[in-house]
Design a protein around this ligand. Structure first.
Ligand code: SF4
Length: 473
């Protein structure tokens, strides 16, 4: 689906590499593969063992960097980041990696996720005299590391990480080493790979294919990896771990060619579609998916239901990025510009339209109308996720119940509002079964909070949207 129109936005992708002479170039290509995770800013920091340099800017990776800039980022270690600006807002100063120079050396950090206790920590740091230069959560970790009383950097990093609550995948680099940390719930994906004689880590495995890296394993919840010229070491900063990977990574965010914990995203989405066909068999002539992220699920539905899969909707790839649009009217116009129905496919047909999620409902209503105007006799909407009833506090931009159509309306009410002939959502049990993680196994659980309201971490009052705070009183 179209991320910027749907109202579900990922917040960032991270990458790090150590032990490769062209670390910055490698990071540049990896960030291009992670571009879908954030389009508002990109940055790369590199080290040659003595000097650490960085470059960053607002926009797409290809807009921010040119060959000259990359050639100035010298060294065998690098970290990079693509940013979608929600927590902390936009602006150059919030583009990562953030770089902190002091007499003891340079520390540079990049982060994917969202800290639920960021405001508490910021207030605490300010009371202790820290001056925060950005509004980003990432800076909080830098100050906690600096303020920690331990002698070695490794101990200071571990100590600082134990104070964070929420979702985070960090890459941290000094002149001489790369550190990688994943929160104790492993809410965001992070994978380790081998590249030549060195190592790389990335939010998604699609970043490895382009640079010829071989996946080793997922970074574990509560793990701190230390990578330097001596090799790689695995340490723990938390043993109280309980994996709760974001289910929306499988449903919607990650690229179909990525794997999370050995499960391919395209294959998982196909299984979601098959599960939907079993839960909701529909008599229809064609199945179509909303491009791009719903196509795999639509193929799965069609296969299982023995109904032909057709390309009933086309995405116009030559329209530039649609910037965050303030009004519903403009959002709907954006959908009209980006998606077109294929009249020859849908005219006179009963259509099953597979989509991955419904957030506000405006986009679904527009697409159903579009298919009916193109001659579809019936439009049955099947959604390859359960209804999103609760906001996410872990880095996905659904800020309040107020914005979520499923938090206030029954399935029948939503069906009426989007104008579909029928509407079906995948069950939570069906989702877990189809993704195929073994829930009996250690650290193989899901976060399902946006469907169930059961958050894997505590939620602090000032994490809440103003509307949520009202509800809490
Ligand atoms: S609440 Fe939903 S979107 Fe947020 S991390 Fe959990 S599953 Fe993902």
């Amino acid at each position: 689906m179209l991320a910027e129109l749907k109202g579900l936005n990922e917040e960032c992708g991270v990458f790090g590499v150590w032990g490769h002479e062209q670390a910055a170039q490698m990071t540049y290509y990896a960030l291009q593969s992670l571009q879908h995770r954030g389009q508002e800013g990109a940055g790369i920091a590199a080290t040659d063992g003595e000097n650490l340099s960085f470059s960053k800017g607002e926009g797409l990776v290809t807009e921010v960097f040119n060959q000259e800039m990359l050639s100035e980022l010298k060294g065998h270690g690098a970290i990079g980041h693509v940013r979608y600006a929600t927590a902390g807002g936009g602006g150059y100063e919030n583009v990562q990696p953030l770089v902190f120079r002091s007499q003891s050396g340079t520390l540079t950090l990049a982060h994917n996720g969202n800290l639920v206790n960021a405001n508490q920590l910021k207030h605490q740091l300010e009371r202790q005299g820290s001056i925060l230069q950005t509004t980003s959560d990432t800076e909080v970790l830098a100050h906690l590391i600096k303020r920690s009383g331990y002698a070695s950097l490794e101990e200071r990093v571990k100590n600082a990480l134990t104070m964070l609550k929420g979702a985070y995948a960090f890459v941290i680099m000094t002149e001489t080493e790369l550190m990688v940390a994943l929160d104790p719930h492993g809410l965001r994906p992070l994978t380790l790979a081998k590249v030549g004689d060195g190592y790389a880590v990335a939010s998604e495995t699609c970043a490895f294919d382009i640079i010829g890296a071989e996946v080793i394993r997922s970074v574990e919840p509560g793990e701190l990896l230390i990578i330097n010229d001596e090799g790689i070491r695995s340490e723990r900063f938390s043993y109280a771990t309980n994996r709760a990977i974001c289910s929306m990574e499988y449903i919607y965010f990650s690229r179909p060619d990525s794997d999370i914990d050995g499960i391919n995203i395209h294959s998982a989405r196909k299984r979601l579609g098959k599960q939907l066909a079993n839960e909701f068999p529909i008599e229809a002539d064609v199945v179509t998916g909303v491009p791009d992220s719903s196509i795999s699920a639509a193929i799965g539905y069609a296969e299982e239901a023995s109904i032909p899969y057709e390309m009933g909707l086309i995405k116009n790839r030559y329209i530039g990025r649609t910037f965050i649009q303030p009004s519903q009217e403009l959002r709907e116009q954006g959908v009209k510009m980006k998606l077109s129905p294929v009249r020859g496919v849908v005219e006179g047909k009963r259509v099953v339209m597979v989509d991955d999620s419904i957030v506000r409902g405006t986009t679904s209503r527009r697409i159903v109308k579009m298919l009916k105007e193109a001659g579809a006799t019936e439009v049955h909407v099947v959604i390859s996720s359960p209804p999103i009833k609760n906001p996410c506090f872990y880095g996905i931009d659904t800020s309040s119940h107020e914005e979520l159509i499923a938090s206030k309306n029954s399935v029948e009410e939503i069906r009426q509002q989007i104008g579909a002939d029928s509407l079906s959502f995948l069950s939570v049990e069906g989702l877990v079964k189809a993704v195929g993680r073994d829930d009996e196994g250690e650290n193989r659980g899901h976060c399902l909070a946006c469907f169930t309201g059961k958050y894997p971490t505590e939620i602090y009052p000032d994490t809440l949207h103003p509307y949520e705070k009202e509800l809490a009183h």
